[in-house]
Design a protein around this ligand. Structure first.
Ligand SMILES: [Zn+2]
Length: 194
C-alpha cells in the first residue's frame, strides 16, 4: 500500500511541473493533511456516500455504487474548503506498480489542488463536464512525467486524447486550462467533447 512518503513524492512531481500556477497557500499542506489511505471498510463507506450525492448524478450513471467501487482507485471529497478537502485512496491501488501508484496519487492531488470553481462546481454541473474535468486533470498528470505509466495504466484515455487535441489547436489553451483548474479563471472547455 502506498504511504505518506509516496504521497509526498507524488505531490512534489505535480509541484515541479505546475508549481508556478498553484496558489501559494496550498503549497503549505502536507501529505498527512490531505491523504487518507482507506481500509476496505472506510473506502466502502466514503465512496458510497460521495457516489450517491456527486458521481452518480454528475455522470448520469444508472448503476449503483457497487458497480464502480472496485474500479475507482481514488477520489477527492467535493468540498470548497481546502482545509476540509481530502484525498481518499482505495486499498485496491496497491495492486499496481509503484510508479503507477504515484501517477494515481498525482492525479488525485491535482483534483485536490483544483479551484472550487473547477472542482467540484464545474464537475457537478454534469453533462460533459466530468469528461472535461478528468481530461484536463489526466493531461496535467501525465505532464508530470508519467508518459510511460500512462501507456500501461491508460485511465481516462479518451478524455486525455480529446484534451490533447484541444490543447494542440491553440497554443494559448494550456495557459487557459491551467488558469481555470488552479485559479478558477473560467474558460470554455465545451469543445473538448466526447
Ligand atoms: Zn480524476
Amino acid at each position: 500500500m502506498p504511504n505518506l512518503a509516496d504521497m509526498t513524492e507524488a505531490m512534489a512531481a505535480v509541484q515541479k511541473a505546475h508549481g508556478q500556477h498553484i496558489p501559494k497557500g496550498l503549497l503549505a499542506y502536507k501529505a498527512s493533511d490531505i491523504a487518507i489511505f482507506a481500509d476496505e471498510t472506510q473506502w466502502q463507506q466514503a465512496f458510497r456516500f460521495i457516489y450517491d450525492i456527486v458521481f452518480k448524478p454528475s455522470n448520469q450513471f444508472k448503476e449503483e455504487a457497487g458497480a464502480f467501487i472496485d474500479g475507482v482507485l481514488g477520489f477527492v471529497t467535493p468540498v470548497f474548503s481546502h482545509e476540509k478537502r481530502k484525498i481518499y485512496l482505495s486499498p485496491k491501488v496497491q495492486g499496481y506498480t509503484r510508479r503507477q501508484q504515484l501517477m494515481v496519487l498525482s492525479h488525485e492531488y491535482l483534483h485536490w489542488l483544483s479551484h472550487e470553481s473547477f472542482y467540484p462546481t464545474y464537475y457537478m454541473v454534469g453533462g460533459q463536464h466530468p469528461f472535461q474535468v478528468e481530461g484536463a486533470t489526466q493531461w496535467l498528470t501525465v505532464a508530470c512525467g508519467y508518459q510511460q505509466e500512462f501507456k500501461t495504466l491508460p485511465a481516462y484515455q479518451d478524455e486525455y486524447l480529446k484534451t490533447d487535441a484541444w490543447l494542440k489547436a491553440d497554443t494559448r489553451n494550456l495557459a487557459r486550462m491551467q488558469a481555470y483548474l488552479f485559479n478558477g479563471v473560467r474558460t470554455d472547455l465545451s469543445s473538448i467533447h466526447p
